[in-house]
Design a protein around this ligand. Structure first.
Ligand SMILES: [Zn+2]
Length: 255
């Protein structure tokens, strides 16, 4: 078995009718797109690590957020099964941030330790009014999904190099206060699971006016810019949070 980590992206839902300017700041007003929700499995040194746990089921999404398609193959338990992973054998779940489409289904990982930035967990309790729905705060009938695993959580502050061998936690605030990317040194290349810091590759590639374009949903554009600069220094290949391009290969590095 190789000592190097392998990343497997899993397709766990499709967000529909998304206003594109909500993802690409100041561009594409009035254009609607649909985008995948992606959960990742990293296999490293005999450990299994999940990055993000996907969205809730479609009925709850429709009621509180917007239309979501999820066929049975996209249920997280089935997506995991398709690569031979049972939730009980997952050692760590790294939550890039606590927006609903990234941290539902936490409960299924009974034996995992959950890793989240401290600033994100603190903010998720009392988000600004405009971000409340993203965190599922303020709905009387439901609680935010991460509450189920509060006692399994371990917080980190800032970057953690070699969290596991070749797997680094990278603080990339801007979209949310404690957004965390995961940099993975594989046999071939360095990959960065960028989550909603880079929802679409278009955000990273930029255009004639801007080198990189922030997510339309953000908390702090100055921090966001520093996060982009940090990503430039880090180098490597960016895996976008909601882009079909991320699902192009069944694993990274591709075989
Ligand atoms: Zn988000």
């Amino acid at each position: 078995m190789s000592d190097f980590p392998i990343i497997k992206p899993l397709h766990v839902g499709i967000l529909q009718n998304i206003e594109k300017s909500q993802f690409v700041y100041g561009r594409h007003h009035g254009i609607k797109i649909e985008v995948p929700c992606i959960m990742f499995v990293i296999e490293v040194a005999g450990k299994k690590v999940v990055v993000d746990t996907g969205p809730c089921k479609p009925d709850r999404a429709r009621q509180y957020h917007g239309p979501l398609i999820q066929d049975e193959s996209m249920y997280p338990e089935n997506a995991l099964k398709s690569i031979g992973v049972h939730p009980d054998e997952v050692d760590y779940v790294i939550l890039s941030h606590l927006h609903w489409d990234h941290c539902s289904n936490c409960k299924m990982f009974k034996n995992a330790t959950f890793i989240v930035q401290k600033t994100e967990l603190q903010y998720a309790i009392t988000p600004n009014e405009v971000q409340k729905a993203q965190y599922e705060i303020g709905f009387r009938e439901i609680l935010p999904p991460w509450i189920d695993v509060l006692q399994q959580m371990q917080t980190v502050s800032g970057d953690v190099y070699d969290f596991l061998k070749g797997v680094h936690l990278i603080s990339l605030p801007g979209h949310s206060p404690g957004l965390m990317g995961v940099a993975v040194e594989t046999r071939k290349d360095l990959y960065l699971i960028a989550s909603d810091c880079v929802p679409l590759m278009e955000n990273w590639h930029g255009d004639a006016r801007m080198r990189h374009i922030p997510n339309g949903l953000h908390i702090d554009l100055a921090e966001y810019e520093r996060s982009f600069e940090k990503m430039e220094r880090l180098g490597g290949i960016v895996l976008a949070g909601h882009d079909y391009e991320t699902l192009k290969y069944k694993q990274y590095p591709p075989e």
